[in-house]
Write a protein that binds this ligand. Sequence first.
Ligand SMILES: O=P(O)(O)OP(=O)(O)OP(=O)(O)OC[C@H]1O[C@@H](n2cnc3c(O)ncnc32)[C@H](O)[C@@H]1O
Ligand SMILES: [Mg+2]
Length: 210
Amino acid sequence: MAAPHRKLAPGKLVIASHNAGKVREIRALLAPYGVDPVSAADLGLPEPEETGTSFRDNALLKAHASAAASGLPALADDSGLCVDALGGRPGVYTADWAERQWFEGNPGRDWYLAMGKVEGLLAEQGPDVDRSARFVCTLALAWPDGHAEVFEGRVEGGLTWPPRGKLGFGYDPVFVPAGKTLTFAEIEPAEKHAISHRADAFAKLVAGVF
Ligand SMILES: O=P(O)(O)OP(=O)(O)OP(=O)(O)OC[C@H]1O[C@@H](n2cnc3c(O)ncnc32)[C@H](O)[C@@H]1O
Ligand SMILES: [Mg+2]
């Protein structure tokens, strides 16, 4: 029988992410559960190098790093876009495909460039290429004593080009969830939270630790 999950006590919880879009979504998902979230960036925690080769490894690495550095439980999210015709790429390397740039004086990643790379590779396979893809999200919750819990979620869909919509973040403008016509960047956050990979993983986390 699987070991029971450890419950999360009320109190401060570090969101172990330096991605403002993700932090915003995780804060919204946590809102009903009476925890007091603080982001890794708010605490000035360093961004660990993501040396893992799976979403699980990277999520655990980020959660353990923030829990150890802060002395608080820490929730990390490792996620990415997996494209069927590209053998699941960019997958764990989704963030790496977008180069770091300066935008009007602020550091950021160039998502348009990354989405264009995906399109370029699909185009090599011809006009009838399978455009199905999924977003995957692995949440890891780690405590300062080294205990950790992991939850995985996904949402199936397809890629569209050119990008559409200004909401959300990252690859949202090119991802159309299965059975829908609008991209993740064209729907309100609450609608994305009803179906997203992050919400799917979060529902499992809620069932396990709250
Ligand atoms: O590691 P942290 O600090 O959390 O931030 P990150 O942006 O580097 O995050 P990841 O290493 O998990 O890389 C995942 C990338 O996948 C993309 N991604 C994940 N979830 C997404 C979503 O809901 N919508 C759009 N893009 C998403 C996004 O661009 C992320 O940067
Ligand atoms: Mg990262």
